[in-house]
Design a protein around this ligand. Structure first.
Ligand code: CDP
Length: 229
């Protein structure tokens, strides 16, 4: 039987990591874990609790309440994971620009990261997993057999995310989407806890000029090198 490996996919905001990770997991019959969705879920919990006001987070309240937050995934009819926050499906809500505007601050809190990294490691402990995020190859699975670092030009990333939100019926200004991507990139790369880095052993996939199929083919070819029969 083919050996099941661990595949870590990291990269900048809205660079197509999740699409690639999802497609790759389907192609290999692996589990896909969207770690960003988990940070978004914790952020939504804090927003609903009234602990984020004027961009300030009541960190103490949030840290103390982490044991009340249950994060899980359910599969929809197309086989794609959707996030459950304390058993409620919040998949649409966590993708809103409002959540995107707070998530990187929540993700910078050490206790939040420890809380989610523990769960992410458990989800991937048997291998056969594709996980995407910012610290998967550096912190969550430093021994992953394959690490991809996905990039695309900033304008391309902003356009993709803007169209994605519009397709979902969200009313957003393109400039707000651009500002949010820039802000998150800055916060994610400069925080002290598990900043976004490209590890030395990661393979860079620049998908500025690649379509969905092409990026999948590239990743599949790389993965197949490590999957021994
Ligand atoms: O899909 P997109 O690139 O917009 O972001 P995401 O993967 O949903 O992640 C949302 C935010 O969560 C990121 O901007 C990071 O601040 C944080 N995150 C993180 O810190 N570590 C991860 N492993 C995944 C996400």
């Amino acid at each position: 039987m083919a050996q099941k490996i661990t595949i870590a996919i990291d990269g900048w905001s809205s660079c197509g990591k999740s699409t690639l990770a999802k497609d790759l997991a389907k192609a290999l019959n692996y589990i896909y874990v969207d770690s960003g969705a988990m940070y978004r879920g914790v952020t939504l919990f804090a927003m609903r609790s009234g602990w984020i006001n004027n961009d300030e987070i009541d960190e103490l309240q949030l840290k103390t309440a982490l044991d009340q937050i249950k994060i899980a995934f359910t599969l929809n009819q197309s086989g794609n994971p959707e996030l459950l926050l304390n058993d409620e499906n919040v998949e649409d809500e966590i993708r809103s620009l409002e959540v995107s505007q707070q998530v990187s601050k929540v993700a910078a809190i050490k206790e939040v990261r420890n809380f989610l990294v523990d769960q992410q490691r458990r989800m991937g402990q048997s291998g056969g997993v594709v996980m995407d995020g910012r610290d998967i190859g550096s912190v969550v699975f430093p021994n992953a057999e394959l690490k991809l670092f996905v990039t695309a030009e900033p304008e391309v990333r902003a356009k993709r995310r803007y169209h994605e939100l519009k397709e979902k019926g969200q009313r957003v200004a393109e400039q707000d989407v651009i500002d949010n991507i820039n802000e998150r990139d800055h916060l994610d790369a400069n925080r002290s806890e598990s900043p976004l880095i490209q590890t030395e052993d990661a393979v860079v996939v620049d998908n500025t000029n690649l379509d969905r199929e092409e990026q999948l083919e590239k990743a599949k070819a790389l993965a197949n090198k490590y999957i021994s029969e």
